[in-house]
Design a binder for this molecule. Structure first.
Ligand code: PMP
Length: 370
């Protein structure tokens, strides 16, 4: 435990925050304009030109890392808080792989609420410090606990909320997460491709809660049925097996070192868009990290490992579409930025100690499993 939460859950807070607490979160949100949270979403579309030239397919990234809290999860966080209809003094609690926690603590800070966030103890120290900087309290939970265990970070968040009177927002179950992408990211993407007059052939991205792929995928299929939607599956995830056999079974030893991705059970948010997913590619951690390192040095795009995996997954999917004579312009999600991983994948010592020795800024030969 890195903090004690006794004070946080006492109810109405004293001091500078109390003045904002006479309105609920949704009432406060109606009143905002030109605040930090009004700048969530409407992220740029980036054509990864050199990478595209290298592989002979056109790859685009939706730059979610340019959201104010630095990740795609700002969108879900805003919706989760909006729908929680928080009352004055209530504490937002959540189990998070990190980015949802950053988004929640930023939104909560802007609206005058507090957060208590439980997370695995391998979440990057940069994200932990970011959440604390926004005023959140965090609890680190051992990664040895499985989803069903009391010590798992989601079980802890639920229990803390129940026992101390917090509001558990539950990004895995709460469909506001899916909605953020169905009503936001997916719509923006379609508009952006129309604007640049490029025909979209496919969309590829990984899943943590599944909110992004389900929301974007479903929106794309509803508007342009011919666009392919492909899951990028990371090491240790059981989703590929689920999509191909109907059963969750991890195909790899161990799990990915990329934070925020990989599922070994069906989440309600993934389920919302499951029917839209018609392809799956597997990416290795080496491919994900090498691609991210290369993009930082060659495209000026500094992203985290899940985004690196998404990009190389998008390349694989684009090559698959091209080989079948289909439109092969593929878009993916640049989930978060490199600054959150300076102590991890952007540190050679860390790479060497975590099974990524020898991985350098070099585009991988693509011969992945489809
Ligand atoms: N990448 C990162 C870095 C994340 O934090 C998340 C969120 N878990 C994802 C990808 C996956 O997003 P989603 O939860 O919408 O599936």
């Amino acid at each position: 435990r890195t903090s004690t939460a006794t004070d946080l859950f006492k109810g109405k807070r004293q001091g500078h925050r109390s003045s904002a607490l006479t309105l609920t979160a949704s009432e406060l949100l109606k009143k905002t304009s030109h605040t930090i949270i009004d700048n969530i979403g409407n992220t740029p579309l980036i054509h990864l030109k050199k990478l595209s030239a290298h592989y002979g397919v056109e790859i685009y990234g939706k730059a979610e890392y340019l959201n104010p809290g630095g990740s795609v999860k700002d969108r879900a966080a805003l919706n989760l808080i909006k729908s929680a209809n928080l009352e004055s003094g209530q504490v937002v609690t959540e189990g998070t792989g990190g980015n949802t926690g950053v988004g929640l603590s930023m939104v909560a800070s802007a609206l005058g609420f507090r957060c208590y966030l439980c997370m695995p103890d391998n979440v990057s120290v940069e994200k932990q410090l970011t959440m604390k900087s926004y005023g959140a309290e965090i609890e680190l939970c051992s990664t040895k606990f499985g989803k069903e265990d009391d010590g798992h970070y989601t079980s802890r968040a639920e229990k803390v909320a129940r026992e101390r009177g917090g509001v558990y927002v539950n990004q895995f179950l709460n469909e506001e997460n899916f909605k953020a992408h169905y009503e936001g990211t997916g719509v923006e993407l379609l508009e952006q491709f129309e604007e640049i007059e490029v025909e979209l052939g496919g969309f590829a991205c990984g899943a943590g809660t599944g909110g992004t792929i389900a929301g974007v995928g479903r929106r794309l299929k509803e508007v342009q049925e011919e666009v392919g939607v492909c899951l990028v599956d990371f090491k240790g995830s059981g989703l590929r097996s689920y999509l191909t056999t109907g059963k969750f079974k991890s195909e790899d030893e161990g799990s990915t070192s990329a934070e925020g991705v990989g599922i070994s059970r069906l989440t309600k948010n993934f389920e919302k868009g499951r029917e839209s997913v018609d392809g799956v590619v597997k990416v290795t951690d080496e491919e994900a990290v090498a691609t991210a390192l290369w993009l930082a040095q060659n495209e000026g795009v500094w992203i985290g490992p899940s985004a690196g995996g998404n990009v190389i997954g998008a390349v694989k999917y684009a090559l698959y579409l091209k080989a079948r004579g289909r439109e092969s312009n593929v878009c993916t999600i640049l989930c978060d930025g490199g600054a959150s991983y300076m102590s991890k994948m952007y540190n050679k010592e860390w790479r060497d100690k975590n099974g990524l020795e020898g991985v350098e800024a070099k585009l991988p030969k693509v011969c992945g499993r489809f």
